[in-house]
Design a protein around this ligand. Structure first.
Ligand SMILES: *Cc1c(COP(=O)(O)O)cnc(C)c1O
Length: 345
């Protein structure tokens, strides 16, 4: 087979959830964010594994994503929708029992008369989604009477513990929600790690579950093993790949492997110092990443194996992200459709 194998370790996913859950008091619920198809790993499989592991509450970005999650977690779990009730979402929200996080006065006016379960999303300083303090104040009585299931906001800088905006948003959220009886939630992965002040009643980590920063103690969830489809000798002074970007400084052995930017290995990962692994032995990625192929310096290997690993316990999505000048989230959600996907656990 000449396609790469993406291994998704569902046991480690559940262990990451348990570890994040252990960061907060027993009274604080730890939910799971499974938007963007479970950060690219298959929302249905990911949420089924998490539900089995004990997760009772899930979050998706848009109502359509709630279908796969509802189908795999059963009737009891709560599924919240960050985008609230947009356009013609009403039927989906009702049929799949999804809870919109209403984020504007318009959504509140539209949805409350339905009498269905809802949550509220407040803006405490990120200025992306949610009602501003003044908007919320004018609707607070009406909302409180209707009984939201959750009142939430989102931190803009939680991956930087010392950033002053964290405390500012915490204060703003406290002021806006003081005296409400509804359950409250402020923190994703980053906020979960900021400590008890940020925990309220429910944390909603995403990326940490999938093994990404800022949860540096996370276990690796994805592995990527790429078949070697050709090996050649390159003489000192010859170049490899598009743009003749890499020049051999010694007589070398080069392996060509079957993955590229069309598989989500964005071209910019070629800008960093990444390795492919033959077991524990690192072999430098050389030359430019092309659409379906990557070249690797395997001069140091006595025998070239059938496959080389790009993602493993040593080299994670965050290393790829650093090389490419992006974040682990983008690497995860870019992982391509061409891989042979194997789920462990
Ligand atoms: C994506 C998202 C999360 C999860 O964030 P992570 O950084 O992946 O843990 C939580 N809340 C909101 C509002 C989000 O958009």
């Amino acid at each position: 087979m000449a396609v790469a194998t993406l291994t998704i370790d569902l046991n480690n996913l559940v262990e990451n959830w348990r570890a994040l859950d252990a960061c907060s008091a027993a009274s604080v619920e730890t939910a799971a964010v499974v938007k963007a198809d479970g950060y690219g790993l298959d929302a249905g499989r990911v949420s089924a594994a998490l539900a089995k592991g004990g997760v009772k509450t899930f979050f998706v970005a848009v109502a359509e994503e709630g279908i796969a999650v509802r189908n795999s977690v059963g009737k009891e779990a709560e599924i919240y929708v960050f985008s609230g009730c947009c356009g013609d979402d009403a039927a989906l929200l009702k049929n799949y029992n999804l809870i919109p996080l209403l984020n504007s006065p318009e959504q509140v006016k539209e949805f409350l008369p339905n009498g269905q379960a809802f949550g509220i999303q407040l803006d405490s300083g990120m200025n992306r989604l949610g009602m501003e303090p003044a908007e919320f104040a004018s609707l607070r009585e009406q909302i409180a009477t209707a009984g939201p299931k959750l009142v939430m906001s989102h931190l803009a800088c939680a991956d930087e513990p010392d950033h002053p905006q964290n405390k500012a948003q915490l204060e703003c959220f406290r002021e806006m929600t003081e005296g409400l009886t509804a359950r409250r939630s402020l923190s994703a992965t980053g906020g979960t790690l900021l400590g008890a002040d940020y925990h309220f009643d429910l944390n909603r980590p995403g990326v940490g579950l999938y093994g990404g920063e800022p949860f540096s103690d996370a276990k690796a969830v994805v592995g990527l093993s790429i078949p070697v489809i050709q090996t050649r000798n390159v003489i000192k002074g010859e170049t490899v790949g598009y743009g003749a970007n890499w020049t051999a400084t010694r007589d070398s052995k080069v392996a060509t492997i079957a993955s590229g930017y069309a598989d989500g290995l964005i071209r910019a990962i070629g800008n960093g110092n990444l390795n492919l692994y033959a077991g524990d032995t690192p072999c430098p990625l050389i030359g430019r990443v092309s659409m379906d192929l990557i070249t690797v310096d395997v001069t140091e290997l006595d025998t070239v194996p059938d496959h080389l690993d790009l993602l493993n316990d040593i080299q994670t999505v965050d290393h790829l992200a650093d090389a490419a000048g992006t974040i682990g989230y983008e690497i995860l959600t870019s992982l391509g459709a061409r891989y042979n996907r194997v789920y462990k656990g």
